[in-house]
Design a protein around this ligand. Structure first.
Ligand code: ADP
Length: 544
């Protein structure tokens, strides 16, 4: 693992002296046990995905020491979280909760405010509290990863239950869900599939949402709404509470599945293809989050560095990409579609025949026969993920660059050809200006699509980092000018993205700020996350 010696010393939180901060930590050690409070005074290590640091973003887009924790604390239970929150209020120390901190591409484990104390929930609060095999639900703590839940379901022999997994299975289910991440089975919208939260509020009260508020209930995980205002929403992509338990609905085994892949030859196939995808997706003939990827990603995910193919500066020439694809099992193309059909054979056949007929309307469309693909072909990784089997192969494309890091631009649009084209063109233009390789993927939800553009960069190369940041910021502004907004973003870009949601003189942000000030009067919980700053910080130059 790579280590960086510290230049700036321990990141003491603003507004408190080092001496007083150390005294405060001693007090917390007495409450939680010495071994559960760690000062972050060591060099910053990177490691790889499964050994990621919990003190900073190992895929930093700004200077490495800008967003680092002063200390990390490890609660064992909800009561410990309450103690930590009360302690933070007493000393007005900013705290930043993470579940497992594998939110790579969006800030990893880093806090938004330098010197925050990271509350690492995942290390000790990692229990699967319940799996109900009849209701197909579970109740979990923040430290339960997609792998852990999958393995437990297997161990219990619940072959009738599936777990939906995102591209990388090592992350926390709670972390991914509260950040509104997605997976690739019909249960891919994790937030929509959760049912019930337990939350520690910034002032230390503990609430349960939905049916959880009713003592003795047995429907917390089966009916998400309960009675009265539906409060769960304010605890996703926010800084209004710390989620300590979450219920999740689980998918029934569909009784069979079959992945398929199509390739399309020309760049200009994009718009007509999106027009074909929309009705198929809305009517559920295409049953999972459909992915249409640019072929460069297919090349990059082989895991070889870019220099294998091209030693020059600026974007890799398209001609080289096409020559390389020609040598690969999938052959030359510009767009690759990955999908899956669920159910028994005769049901799949009905849907797959329709898809084939529609996709083949694009001249040059090819269905790739999976039996011709070697075991290590990326297709099989997509196959596992869409079947709810956690996987890590998606990580391989970060090898495209030395010290390979990634950060995403993820605007939402209608599933329409002209929207896809506009977003693709603006990304192309800004990537060309910045001299960065463009790797777009369109992920089609039920009535909208996210364009996910992952910029792969060398995090040790300050110049390249700057170029990546400028490219991202330009794309966010360009997209907003056309009416597109991001569904999720990196810590460093949260202020900018939040500011694009400005309708009616920023009325939504004013509402969020009012909630923040009332729920968190001392402004201790994750200040600045998702662009929401507590009163104490507002207008003091914290925005980036
Ligand atoms: P993962 O392990 O899935 O990558 P993280 O733990 O990095 O997820 O969570 C992503 C982000 O969501 C964190 O940076 C944090 O801001 C927020 N978050 C994660 N877990 C919680 C939680 N239990 N309560 C409140 N916010 C959380």
């Amino acid at each position: 693992p790579n280590s960086v010696p510290r230049q700036r010393g321990i990141a003491i939180p603003q507004g408190i002296s080092q001496h007083r901060f150390f005294e405060a930590l001693d007090e917390l050690r007495e409450e939680l046990g010495t071994q559960h409070v760690e000062l972050n005074d060591k060099e910053l290590r990177s490691g790889w995905y499964m050994e990621h640091p919990n003190t900073h973003d190992m895929m930093n887009i700004v200077e490495q020491e800008e967003l680092v924790a002063s200390a990390v604390v490890y609660p064992a239970c909800t009561e410990d979280v309450v103690k930590i929150v009360r302690w933070a209020n007493k000393y007005r120390i900013p705290i930043f909760p993470i579940s497992m901190g594998r939110n790579l591409g969006y800030g990893g484990a880093a806090p938004r405010v330098r010197g925050s104390v990271t509350v690492d929930l995942g290390r000790r609060m990692n229990k699967i509290l319940n799996i109900d095999p009849d209701d197909h639900t579970c109740l979990i703590e923040p430290g339960v990863s997609f792998y852990a839940l999958f393995e437990e379901v297997q161990k219990k022999g619940y072959t009738h239950i599936w777990v939906d997994v995102p591209d990388l299975g090592g992350g926390s289910i709670v972390g991914n869900t509260v950040d509104r991440g997605v997976g690739y089975t019909p249960y891919g919208d994790h937030w929509a599939c959760h049912s019930g939260l337990e939350v520690v509020l910034p002032t230390g009260e503990v609430i349960r949402t939905g049916m959880g508020a009713l003592p003795g209930n047995n429907t917390w995980q089966t009916f998400p709404y309960g009675f009265g205002p539906y409060s769960d929403g304010i605890f996703s992509q926010s800084n209004f509470g710390i989620v300590t338990k979450m219920g999740m609905t689980l998918m029934p085994n569909p009784g069979g599945y079959e992945s398929f892949m199509y390739t399309f030859q020309k760049e200009e196939n994009l718009a007509p293809l999106i027009e074909i995808i929309r009705p198929l997706r809305i009517t559920n003939i295409l049953e999972n989050v459909a992915q249409l990827r640019h072929c460069l990603q297919t090349l990059a995910v082989r895991g070889l560095p870019r220099t294998t193919y091209f030693g020059g500066h600026g974007p890799i020439p398209q001609s080289i990409i096409h020559e390389e694809l020609e040598k690969m099992p999938i052959g030359d193309c510009t767009w690759v579609y990955y999908g899956m059909s669920y159910g028994p054979t005769h049901i799949r056949k009905y849907k797959l025949d329709i898809i084939d007929k529609e996709f083949k309307k694009i001249a040059g469309a090819r269905k790739i026969d999976p039996t011709t693909l070697p075991k290590d072909e990326y297709f099989w990784s997509r196959d596992r993920i869409a079947a709810g089997i956690p996987d890590l192969e998606e990580l391989l494309w970060v090898n495209w660059m030395p010290n390979g890091s990634h950060v995403a631009f993820s605007p939402v649009s209608p599933i329409k050809g002209k929207d896809a084209e506009r977003l693709y063109e603006l990304a192309k233009k800004r990537h060309a200006e910045a001299g960065i390789d463009l790797m777009p993927a369109f992920c089609v939800g039920l009535r909208e699509m996210h364009l996910i553009v992952e910029i792969v960069f060398d995090s040790k190369d300050a110049e390249m980092r700057k170029k990546a940041e400028i490219c991202l910021r330009d794309m966010i502004d360009d997209a907003a000018a056309l009416g597109y907004g991001e569904y999720r973003t990196h810590l460093v870009l949260m202020d900018q993205v939040a500011a694009t949601y400005s309708w009616n003189d920023n009325a939504l942000m004013k509402f969020n700020e009012r909630l923040k000030d009332s729920l968190d009067p001392n402004g201790i919980l994750a200040p600045g996350r998702c662009g929401i700053w507590p009163e104490r910080y507002r207008g003091h130059g914290w925005e980036m």
